[in-house]
Design a protein around this ligand. Structure first.
Ligand code: ARG
Length: 571
């Protein structure tokens, strides 16, 4: 299809003497195929050509009379638009050749070749178990990581662990006080959480505890041996527990340099801010004033003399500029931190790094809420552990398998793919800035727009292919004219949009664009399957439908994998 679009762009360019590349960008796909397969809006040419759009459209249409383009069956002018109806057979042939040629790279534009992208994601505050609040960053960031890679970028995935700061010091202070009362042998991370919760509660009544935590933090900042050892132990325990979740989610990180990594890099940032006359004293703290930009001051050093979250983000960005020389960097962090990112980006710009700040983007997202719109995890101060949620989803999936297909092999593994896939898919189903409704019954509905539904459709394509015995990789004898029914042709056109979909998802840092695309493909295949017999008697028709089945299955799987989900071969 891309070739056909390119040819149309070239033809229009030769008729109008305008640049083919721009023309190509202007060509649209009409919302309804009754208006053609491609449309060219002439409005954007009116200024250059000094003519009304309908007149331009007519001229271009006339121009096509002198051009031979076998791909086009019909051209219609409607107002300022030219609608092109492509020749179905040519179109199907072009899509099939494209898929067959590109194989597993089908859909990749390779636009990132030679470019470096940093995807910073997950970034939980450790020393606590993985909380549901971290899920979205991990899932959205993981999908972006895969999509950027597939599109040819050299990607660095960074987990900017919250392994520093007063929160962490509270756990350290708690352990120093009460370690005898807890048993760290079995589930150390759960014990650490208990200590954190106890500390936070008792702290409300006791200023001494707060002071103790502060002292631990100061000791840590100064490299005191006992503090550093305790810190190292907590970090190790936390990561071991986190890695179990990352394995389930297929999350990949190239660096886990968290906030602590920047401890020895902050002094330089503070000095640089001082040299550039950006730091001022305010109520005992050192801040950068941002009132000119309608923002509160960005605190760099607190009144007790310690550094803070923003100081570490400044040091981290400076470090990444020096180390990676990136072309793009996305921070996948919740919407609550919008002000923080605006502030520290502005401070970096004031320091003279505006060119790099322009390459950075805060990719934010909404909250996770229950059916009633209430934020999950906030009720009664209980935090919902991700571990428990995954277990529940996996167990429910296993129950469903027991009902539907009790003799299936590898039930546990498959239940894992389904349960985890359901959670990931739900997270990536809607525009990321919307709140996500978290309801396992909805996510695990095999008939809804869900992960299990897509997985099931993939399995269907595989089981059909298993029953056939043709070589679906050889398309030289396929009769493309047999795939012209309306639904079939629409599905083939959808397949042709895979690359454009990925490009769009990448440009907007919006994985849900891909999720919507694959769910639509699965639905299209489901209708196709219901309406036509794939293993029909006519061999030629059967072969053509089988190859199409293979392509649909491959794209469903590729799409799911890019979003971070597995597709079982049977279920
Ligand atoms: N650890 C932080 C939190 O859980 C998120 C870190 C986001 N990344 C950053 N560079 N500030 O709130």
């Amino acid at each position: 299809m891309k070739k056909i679009k390119l040819q149309i762009a070239n033809d229009i360019a030769s008729i109008t003497n305008l640049d083919a590349k721009n023309i190509y960008e202007y060509i649209e796909i009409p919302p309804d195929s009754k208006m053609g397969d491609y449309a060219f809006p002439c409005f954007k040419l009116a200024k250059d050509l000094k003519k009304a759009p309908p007149a331009i459209a007519q001229d271009i249409k006339n121009g096509f009379n002198n051009i031979s383009n076998d791909d086009i069956d019909k051209i219609e002018v409607v107002g300022g638009y030219i609608n092109f109806f492509v020749n179905k057979i040519q179109c199907i042939k072009s899509v099939f050749n494209d898929v067959a040629d590109k194989g597993e790279f089908y859909g990749s534009s390779m636009e990132g070749k030679g470019k470096k992208a940093i995807i910073e994601y997950s970034s939980p505050n450790i020393a606590k178990p993985f909380h549901i609040g971290h899920l979205r960053s991990t899932v959205i960031g993981g999908a972006l990581y895969n999509i950027y890679k597939f599109m040819g970028y050299d990607v660095v995935g960074i987990n900017h662990l919250g392994d520093w700061g007063i929160q962490f010091a509270k756990v350290m202070a708690g352990i120093s006080l009460w370690k005898e009362e807890y048993n760290f042998d079995v589930n150390p991370i759960d014990e650490i959480l208990k200590i954190y919760v106890r500390f936070s509660n008792e702290e409300k009544e006791s200023e001494e505890l707060t002071n103790l935590a502060r002292q631990w933090f100061i000791r840590l900042e100064h490299g005191d041996e006992e503090a550093v050892n305790l810190w190292t132990w907590i970090r190790k325990i936390s990561l071991e527990s986190y890695n179990k979740t990352y394995d389930l989610l297929n999350s990949k990180f190239d660096s886990t340099n968290g906030e602590a990594f920047y401890n020895d890099k902050m002094q330089a940032i503070v000095e640089e801010l001082e040299q550039k006359n950006l730091l001022v004293e305010s109520e005992g703290a050192k801040v950068v004033m941002l009132d000119k930009y309608d923002m509160p001051p960005c605190i760099i050093i607190t009144s007790t003399g310690t550094t803070i979250y923003a100081t570490r983000d400044l040091a981290a960005l400076k470090y990444r500029i020096d180390t990676y020389n990136f072309d793009k960097m996305v921070y996948v962090v919740g919407g609550e931190q919008q002000l923080h990112f605006k502030q520290f980006f502005k401070v970096m710009s004031l320091m003279g790094y505006e060119d790099y700040v322009k390459k950075c983007e805060h990719v934010y997202f909404g909250l996770i809420v229950d059916k009633n719109g209430e934020k999950i995890g906030s009720r009664k101060g209980n935090s919902v552990l991700l571990k428990d949620i995954f277990n529940e989803a996996i167990n429910k999936s296993l129950e469903i398998i027991e009902q539907k297909n009790p003799t299936l092999e590898n039930k546990e593994e498959i239940a894992k793919d389904i349960g985890v896939g359901a959670i990931i898919f739900n997270d990536l189903s809607n525009n990321r800035i919307k709140d996500e409704i978290f309801d396992l019954d909805i996510m695990l509905n095999f008939n809804g727009e869900t992960g299990p539904y897509v997985q099931f459709m993939y399995v269907r394509t595989r089981s059909i292919l298993e029953k056939s015995n043709i070589d679906v990789c050889d398309i030289s004898n396929i009769d493309f004219s047999l795939l012209q029914e309306e639904e079939t042709f629409e599905m083939i056109k959808h397949i042709a949009k895979f690359e454009e979909t990925l490009k769009n998802a990448l440009d907007k840092n919006e994985p849900s664009i891909l999720t919507r695309y694959i769910v639509t493909l699965a639905q299209m295949y489901s209708s196709f399957y219901a309406k036509y017999t794939i293993m029909c008697d006519d061999e030629k028709t059967r072969n053509a439908r089988l190859v199409l089945t293979k392509y649909v299955g491959d794209i469903l799987k590729k799409g799911m994998n890019l979003l971070g989900m597995n597709c079982p071969e049977k279920m």
